[in-house]
Ligand binder design. Structure first.
Ligand code: 6PG
Length: 253
């Protein structure tokens, strides 16, 4: 097992360890640079992690006025929809902690015009990071989940967004779900200072074995394999169930 793969006996212990690491990172970055920029994953796995940040254990340890929240991807639904990643994060953290509203950057118009929403989000990111032409943002933390098909953010197998190397944000049509998604692109994800995958459950074991073990030749089959820290760090937080098929593969990263 590579030093960048951390395996935990339970999802709870994985979440606790990851919460400790993120709180420490947030405090160090806020101290060093005056801010902590994070792009959050959607999905169900990270929800207890997000809820823990609002718990008494961490609520007063995080410099909320220095934390800036972005979204790695978003579904093309209203923000009050149960399917919205923003909705999930708002319920789990944002509605419970003293983070200034101006520190939160949800997508806009995602439910009415995905292409315009992606362009708007890209403008928002460029403005926040004061980017010049062809410059990439550098998030302090890019938190990613992993689908059983190897997708991450909304970079699904066989979709156009996998090829995108210029844009920061795109609207990505996902045939198998008959829907568009808004997603950060690989250049943005890979330019992050700290990329962390958080993966739990036996249904993810086969894809973890492919990605960390066999290194499937066709990387577009498992988009998460295209995530490589350009010059930052890439870590995997896994529970035992997600790692279980790696026992028979030489899983390295
Ligand atoms: C989303 C996420 C997506 C998610 C994976 C895993 O919008 O759904 O960004 O990439 O991380 O689908 O989801 P689970 O954690 O629910 O398995």
């Amino acid at each position: 097992m590579g030093e960048n793969i951390k395996v935990f006996q339970s999802k709870e212990s994985m979440i606790h360890s990851l919460a400790e690491a993120i709180v420490d990172l947030a405090r160090r970055k806020a101290e060093a640079t005056g801010r902590f920029t994070v792009a959050l994953s959607g999905g169900s796995t990270p929800k207890p992690l997000y809820e823990s940040f609002a718990s008494s254990q961490y609520l007063h340890k995080i410099p909320w006025d220095k934390v800036f929240f972005f979204f790695g991807d978003e579904r093309c639904v209203p923000h009050d929809s149960e399917d919205s990643n923003y909705h999930m994060v708002h319920e789990a953290i944002l509605s419970k902690v003293p983070v200034p509203a101006e520190n939160i950057f949800p997508t806009e118009m995602q439910d009415v015009n995905p292409e315009a929403s992606a362009e708007l989000y890209e403008k928002t990111i460029k403005k926040f990071f004061a980017l010049g032409e062809n410059q990439l943002p550098r998030f302090d933390l890019m938190l990613l989940g992993l689908g059983p098909d190897g997708h991450t953010a909304s970079l699904f197998p066989g979709t156009k967004a996998l090829e995108e190397r210029q844009r920061l944000v795109v609207s990505n049509y996902v045939e198998k779900m008959s829907t568009h998604r808004i997603t950060l692109t690989l250049p943005v994800i890979n330019n992050s200072e700290n990329i962390i995958f958080v993966v739990a459950g036996h249904d993810k074991a086969p894809v973890i074995a492919h990605i960390l073990g066999e290194k499937t030749a066709d990387q577009h089959l498992y988009p998460a394999q295209l995530v490589k820290a350009t010059d930052g760090s890439l870590k995997w937080y896994l529970d035992r169930e997600a790692y279980q098929e790696c026992q028979s593969h030489a899983c390295q990263h």
